[in-house]
Design a protein around this ligand. Sequence first.
Ligand code: GCW
Length: 671
Amino acid sequence: MQGVDPAWLPDGAFRPIGTRRTLIRGAGPLVDTVHGEVAEACRRFGGRVVRDAGADAGADGTAYDLVLELTGPEGLGSEGFTCRRENGVTHVTAFGQTGLLYGLFHVVRLGERAFTQDRQKQAHRPAVALRMLDHWDNVAVHPVMGQVERGYAGGSLFWADGRARGELLGRVRAYGRLLAACGINAVAVNNVNVHAVEARLLTDRIGEVAAIADALRPYGIRVHLSVTFAAPMVLGGLPTADPLDEGVRDWWAQTTSRVYEAIPDFGGYVVKADSEGQPGPFAYGRSHADGANMLAAALTASDSGSAAGPGGTVHWRAFVYDHRQDWRDRTTDRARAAYDHFVPLDGQFAPNAVLQVKHGPMDFQVREPISPLIGAMPGTRLAVEVQATQEYTGQQRHVCWLGPMWSEALRFRADGESTVGELARGGLVAVSNVGDDPFWTGHPLAQANLYTFGRLAWQPDANPYGLLDEWIRLTYTPTRSEESARLEAGVYAVLSHSWRTYEKYTAPLGVGWMVQPGHHYGPSVDGYEYSPWGTYHFADRDGIGVDRSVATGTGFAGQYAKPWAEVYESPETCPDELLLFFHHMSYEHMLHSGKTVIQHIYDTHFEGVEEVEAALGVWASLVDLVDPARHARVTERFEEQLRSAREWRDQVNSYFFRKSGVADAHGRRIY
Ligand code: GCW
């Protein structure tokens, strides 16, 4: 698209297909999409595509380099496909149309290799059925949060001037194309904090949601909607939103059936209830299972008989905690909240009610343990939520590639046996980092987070560094040249370590926060120390950290399954990087690394800034190889990152030097 960054689908990525002869067999709207992609590539690069919808129209395939065929084995489901190459023909088969589309993008990722190396038949299918992005987009510009809550990439991609971007649905379609190419199949189009205007998307404005769904459908993406639990009152004029009230249940059933009339393949609702001021079932003395099940019932009733595919689900968020805590109250621990609220409800949720849990017990900090809730709900379908938008990880002004963090989370054996990726039977969800910015994500390198999330959701045990390589090759060097290796190595060096670098110059050893209140950008060590949000580090002259042990602290460590409860209970076995999340330690405590806590703080903060300086140098050296606009945008953001990293270093180091009185072993400058 004109004026919009091509991200990981530059024209050059289609050259290997576009210079060859392709046969497409099968019929249906997504096969049309596949055909359109190949035809466009051929128009650009001189190849040829033949569309053969008939079952036995004669062609045996040997006159072609690539055959994309709707015929595969049912066992791979609607999204799976096979790929092989023999006798000079690359052959992709799929049972479902979406599978054929994913097969096409698989060939795009392979590039020239798809046509030069023989390969045995390999089956591919997603490990997780629902791979979703939640947009925290408002229709109207919110006075405090702006249009996109925690958005760092401009305004909303979906909504402009108070309505769905009719004239820009071309861009939404281009977005769907990028998402399909990394495996995402669901999008929630509005913020989980549902304000007055956005509430109406459910009723009289559902046509606008339907228009977005139309733009995304050709790429196999279903649309979901965030709704307010108070909808029967604010939209329906009822006196209550009690989930067990007959009138309320009828209202939801009727409203939902009208949603399905407008959007036959509607994905379902996303709900943030009794959380940070949003309404919920607690007001009526009802449980969150009562609330979720009422919506699940409305979705099931409306969807039955529709041929549009799997039915709608309610994604009920588990982010429920007391945000009006008194900081003097040492008995309340926010980290415990999700588990305390939801574990007693295990087994009570309807089959199409999915409990959506943030990966950590607090809130998307640069380092958190896994939420113990994930290992404690065997009778409930869980979705796990990560945050691609970089609220606490540099707000898309800092380079911070989150692949390794998400990968660690997904591989964690939360119940002692199964990994988080396996336990997330209800899906993997990321809060989107995209807006109407020409680079999609503000910081061009933040595109790597979106891409990596999609690919990890498809295969949670994939090696994230391999996915980073894949993204770099597609985005930067789809057409190989002598300089490809230098460019790839440079971009890899800038990104691969960036999450750890960010961790080094911000809050140490898992303690979190220390950000400026409200907007959450930049350092303020005590910014949240006396706030009602339940986010404290408890630093004093002797030490720092939160005692969450069972023996002497809040008992949070005891919420974990074995072996983690024991591992986290004792500072002896707790991993260094989480030590201050679980324990209050003296500054002189010796870490497993062989450094004291205080020396670790000093060293990592100096190193973090040095690593940013080095990465900036590497980026500068690529100036002759990167598109000038993209290079300039990254350079500008890097300068801000460096300024901000120095600010973090100096504030954090000075704070702890003043608290502890312990000098830096290396005598470096601390203020
Ligand atoms: O991290 C907090 C954010 C809020 C967000 C909330 C949530 C959408 O600061 O902006 O609200 O999490 O996840 O609901």
